[in-house]
Design a binder for this molecule. Structure first.
Ligand code: ADP
Ligand code: F6P
Length: 320
């Protein structure tokens, strides 16, 4: 394979630029032509494709976001729209495609591969860490550390004012950001979609902790676990203690990628190009037990993301 392209799709994640850099430089090192597609599938359909060189990715390794830009393109589920994408690739003579994104992006990749025979390799790039076949996705580690920074700051104020705080973090239906940031930040309560929780119990526990002299408490809520304002209002009503709500929002999605995400991005980007160079089948790249793996797109969605219940239990015991 001599000519390939790369795109980023879905929500941006720290490390996407480092990953594009790895794809570009690995391709060039193998004397392959490398093209960048702007704005994910939305740009691909419109033929927003440009040639990249080694300098295109200079000074990119440390930058958050994605210089190729990203987009949600709901119409890409339509096979006629996918056909336009296939035609755009063919017009540029592009034989293989690297997509960096989450499960939605991989569904689009599978369609391009199944319906039009395009060789596509998927690299997991999302802060959510919600893909079951891989231990980690590019961007997750940085996002968790950004949330941890927020928890540290909130702790100062909650402690100074004897307050209870509820911090909502992202993750779609996955509680990993909440779990890891909550465990590392010493949060008293971590509310995730994977584990049922009892707000009456939490309210009474917060009340009791006040009576024992513990006057500040931190609740981390994964966005998929419930409505932040309703939960805070319920706890306030039951415990008689005010709950201050913070929604951390997009701040956790930006920022310079940390070491873990840059290394993951480098390994994934390198392997993705190797797969295309060796004319391998379309697949998703992942990491398991620190080994880079490949799985067919048909297996990406098999099984629920494994939630680390042991870490959840340990975090709870340590927070009392
Ligand atoms: P992520 O890739 O992070 O999960 P999205 O769910 O927004 O983010 O998906 C990114 C893009 O992938 C969508 O905007 C759409 O273009 C494409 N996509 C999502 N689901 C499908 C699908 N079922 N079939 C084809 N393309 C899809
Ligand atoms: O998938 C990444 C993510 O940030 C999720 O955690 C969140 O639910 C979603 O994207 C937000 O999407 P949007 O960018 O459309 O607001």
């Amino acid at each position: 394979m001599e000519r390939i392209a790369v795109l980023t799709s879905g929500g941006d994640a720290p490390g996407m630029n480092a990953c594009i850099r790895a794809v570009v430089r690995t391709a060039l090192n193998n004397k392959m032509d490398i093209y960048g597609v702007e704005r994910g599938y939305a740009g691909l359909v419109k033929g927003e494709i440009t040639r990249l060189g080694t300098r295109s990715v200079s000074d990119m390794i440390h930058k958050g976001g994605t210089f190729l830009k990203t987009a949600r393109c709901p119409e890409f589920k339509d096979i006629k729209v996918q056909q336009q994408a296939a035609e755009a690739l063919s017009a540029f003579g592009i034989e293989g495609l690297v997509v960096i994104g989450g499960d939605g992006t991989f569904r689009g990749a599978k369609d391009l591969s199944d319906n039009f025979g395009i060789k596509v390799v998927g690299i997991p790039g999302t802060i959510d860490n919600d893909l079951s076949y891989t231990d980690y996705t590019v961007g997750f580690d940085t996002a968790v550390n950004t949330v941890l920074w927020a928890i540290n700051n909130l702790r100062d104020t909650m402690h100074s004012h004897d307050r209870v705080c509820l911090l909502e973090v992202m993750g779609r239906k996955c509680g990993d950001i909440a779990l890891y940031a909550g465990a590392a930040g010493g949060a008293e309560y971590v509310l995730v979609p994977e584990i049922p929780f009892d707000l009456d119990e939490i309210s009474s526990s917060i009340k009791k902790s006040y009576l024992r002299g513990k006057t500040s408490n931190m609740i981390i809520l994964a966005e998929g676990a419930g409505n932040r304002d309703e939960i805070a209002a319920y706890i306030k009503e039951k415990s008689g203690i005010n709950v201050k709500v913070t929604n951390f929002g997009y701040i956790q999605r930006g920022g310079s990628p940390n070491m873990a995400d840059r290394i993951l991005a480098a390994r994934f980007g390198y392997h993705a190009v190797e797969m295309l160079r060796n004319d391998g089948d379309s697949c998703a790249i992942g990491i398991r037990h620190n080994n880079v793996i490949t799985v067919p797109f048909s297996e990406v969605a098999n099984g629920d993301k494994k939630f680390d219940k042991r870490l959840y239990d340990i975090a709870h015991i340590l927070s009392l």
